[in-house]
Design a protein around this ligand. Structure first.
Ligand code: NAG
Ligand code: NAG
Ligand code: NAG
Ligand code: NAG
Ligand code: NAG
Ligand code: NAG
Ligand code: NAG
Ligand code: CU
Length: 611
């Protein structure tokens, strides 16, 4: 079965224009706007009263102060919560090293029964990767699988000038052949919470995930960092089995099978009562930071801690103005860091993870874990849940702490030429061209033997049309995208859209068709939500913008594993003339892969990507 035929569940149309705003070359270098006229605004800090101040200058708010429970806004000399990490970051000169070995083993996270799992260092979730803002991470990955290639994507990490470390087989690297090793080296220009996962086929659904924490300042104070808390759907069959069922269901018009349960930090009790809950001990009077990461393959989940409202302090990596909520909806790939206070009667409280039925998600069981006050005896809680919301939409308002503005003139000037049409497969966006991707269009299909960066290195521009490649030739421009579900789609379901290499600005979302004559005026250009995964509403549209400031081949895709596997993705080839090209070590990964692929254990049966 050809997976191009399978794409019909993902009735997405991608429409793009790009502003031809040229900026001085030193703009990117200094992260600073020059004089009036340029519409791309990039500031190193919000504390500036003058837009012509150099990003490297010291601001009062950035002066050295020590990060502590009452000063989480501080970081180090010249860096604080006011720093725009897209423009400026510390370089500590420190390298933090990890080894991750993926093996084919078994796991039994809720006691329901052992199944085949593909795990990092035998752990589920994989070991947390922890570094400080400005450190270099150096992670050596060994593929100890006998029957699959692999590759790790470091979700949300910008990979400035290190596109070859982005871990996307068929785009930024050849897969690691069985037995092969690759060292991924990159600078942590951002801080906050994220995760790593295999981007090779359906692998991450079988356990190949782990958290990433990059310590830095925060927009609210707390006493204790509880660390990462992954929340995800879980199946008793393997991801390859579920994926095959999903593909077959598609032919008959039915959806994927429901997940069997939800795991919280890799554990839960099974419906039959086996297994154990994740247990967290808290002390009365203290404030806690919890780093919530949605590592699902298919399901949207809402989480809540009974009687303890969350103050939300990030959207993905981006620090935001804290706001309070009882329930948080986390789409796949999204992260929210929250702060809560242990100020209730001493006892046991449920942490709940409920599948969001209103988001077309379904599950056979729910997730639970237990938060216990240090002076109470552990028991199953009797606490009461807050009223659960019933509308499927991304969290709002998510107001970035560092204020940035998107050019509205560039958008409005271009949007008059926006047309949504079906059938354009490959375009460049330096004009006013449109790419639309819908029911009868190309599903992305990468080439593991000849990744996009190999084409770039060869100077070969004959990209196969199934690469879904869109060139953005110039740096220093705004790129705008309307991601549109086709009119009258029979499958009006939400899709979590993720972009590599950039945080994007969410200009707006809506139901129905984006109307170029009225919708632009409803968009937010002043300090819009900034993040790396946003929800495209079912039967609607999502308008995003990003600045071209990171040369590379960057994937934009739906983070529902089945959907990207079925081809719901495009790749941007940004400023190909300034991409740092693959080196000899990179080529060795390819020659090892070519040797393996002459006689592989299994053939390639999907887009090759998965998340
Ligand atoms: C993992 O082991 C199972 C059971 O032996 C086997 O069927 C499967 O092909 C292996 N998977 C990989 C990726 O090597
Ligand atoms: C990966 O291994 C699984 C079994 O674990 C197999 O079903 C699948 O076809 C393999 N895929 C590739 C491309 O090697
Ligand atoms: C979740 O597990 C990780 C280890 O994988 C640990 O570092 C972290 O603290 C745990 N989170 C909580 C909230 O207990
Ligand atoms: C994770 O994301 C998926 C898909 O976007 C969603 O269905 C699920 O509810 C989310 N999980 C959590 C814990 O929010
Ligand atoms: C507990 O703290 C929350 C904020 O985290 C606050 O809204 C609530 O009023 C406090 N409750 C008590 C009993 O102090
Ligand atoms: C799909 O496209 C092909 C070729 O462009 C066309 O012949 C066919 O009718 C289209 N199918 C649908 C369902 O639009
Ligand atoms: C470009 O790559 C394709 C696919 O490998 C190859 O067939 C073609 O000869 C290459 N063209 C040039 C000019 O190198
Ligand atoms: Cu999708």
């Amino acid at each position: 079965m050809r997976f191009e035929q399978l794409v019909s569940t993902c009735l997405l149309a991608f429409a793009s224009t790009s502003a031809a705003l040229q900026l001085p070359a030193d703009h990117i270098l200094w992260g600073e706007r020059g004089s009036a006229g340029a519409t791309l605004v990039r500031r190193a800090t919000t504390a500036s009263s003058s837009s012509s101040t150099k990003a490297t200058s010291t601001r009062v708010a950035d002066a050295a102060c020590t990060n502590g429970p009452l000063t989480r806004n501080c970081w180090s000399n010249g860096y604080s919560i006011l720093t725009d990490f897209d423009a400026k970051w510390p370089t500590t000169g420190k390298t933090v090293s990890y080894n991750l070995e993926i093996t084919n083993t078994t796991c039994n996270p809720d006691g329901n029964g052992a199944r085949t799992c593909l795990l990092y260092n035998g752990q589920y979730p994989g070991p947390p990767i922890i570094a400080n803002w400005g450190d270099t991470l150096q992670i050596t990955v060994k593929n100890s699988l006998t029957g699959n290639g692999t590759g790790i994507h470091w979700h949300g990490l910008r990979q400035l000038n290190t596109n070859i470390m982005d871990g996307v087989p068929g785009m930024t690297e050849c897969p690691l052949a069985p037995g092969d090793t690759k060292t991924y080296t990159f600078l942590c220009t951002q801080f906050g919470t994220s995760w790593y996962h295999s981007h090779y086929s359906a692998q991450y659904g079988d356990g190949a995930i782990g958290p990433i924490i990059i310590n830095g300042p925060a927009s609210a104070n707390y006493d204790v960092d509880l660390g990462s808390y992954t929340i995800n759907d879980w199946y008793y069959r393997t991801a390859y089995q579920i994926s095959a069922i999903t593909d077959n269901n598609l032919q008959t018009g039915s959806g994927p099978p429901p997940a069997d349960t939800i795991l919280i930090n890799g554990t839960n009790k099974s419906p039959g009562g086996a297994g154990s809950y994740s247990k967290v001990t808290i002390t009365k009077g203290k404030k806690y930071r919890l780093r919530l990461i949605n590592t699902s393959v298919d399901n949207m989940i809402r989480v809540s801690l009974d009687s303890h409202p969350f103050s939300v302090i990030t959207s993905d990596f981006v620090p935001i103005k804290p706001y309070s909520t009882n329930w948080l909806l986390i789409a796949i790939g999204q992260r929210y860091d929250v702060v809560f206070t242990a100020n209730q009667t001493s006892g046991n409280y449920w942490f709940r993870a409920e599948v969001a039925a209103d988001c077309a998600s379904s599950n056979n069981f729910y997730g639970r874990s237990v938060f216990t006050y240090a002076d109470a005896t552990y028991a199953n809680p009797t606490s009461t849940a807050a009223t659960i919301p019933s509308v499927c939409k991304d969290e709002t308002p998510l107001v970035p702490w560092v204020t940035n503005t998107v050019s509205s003139t560039a958008f409005v000037n271009q949007v008059t030429d926006l047309e949504v049409d079906i059938g354009v497969e490959q375009v460049t966006t330096n004009g006013q061209n449109i790419v639309v991707w819908g029911i009868n269009l190309t599903a992305i299909d990468v080439n593991w033997e000849k990744p996009t960066l190999e084409y770039v290195k060869e100077g070969n521009t004959s990209y196969p049309s199934v690469f879904n490649l869109i060139e953005i030739p110039n740096e220093g421009t705004w790129s705008y995208w309307i991601i549109q579900e086709t009119a009258n789609t029979p499958v009006p379901i939400p899709h979590p859209i993720h972009l590599h290499g950039h945080d994007f600005y969410v200009l707006g979302t809506g139901s129905g068709i984006f109307d170029k004559s009225t919708s632009p005026s409803t968009l937010t250009y002043s300090n819009p939500t900034r993040r790396d995964v946003a929800l495209l509403p079912g039967g609607g549209w999502l308008a995003i913008a990003f600045q071209t400031d990171n040369p590379g081949a960057w994937l934009m895709h739906c983070h529902i594993a089945w959907h990207i596997s079925e081809g719901l993705g495009v790749q941007f080839l940004e400023s190909k003339s300034t991409i740092v090209l693959p080196d000899a070590t990179w080529e060795t990964t390819c020659s090892n892969w070519d040797t393996y692929w002459k006689n592989p254990v299994w053939p390639k049966t999907d887009s090759g990507l998965r998340v």
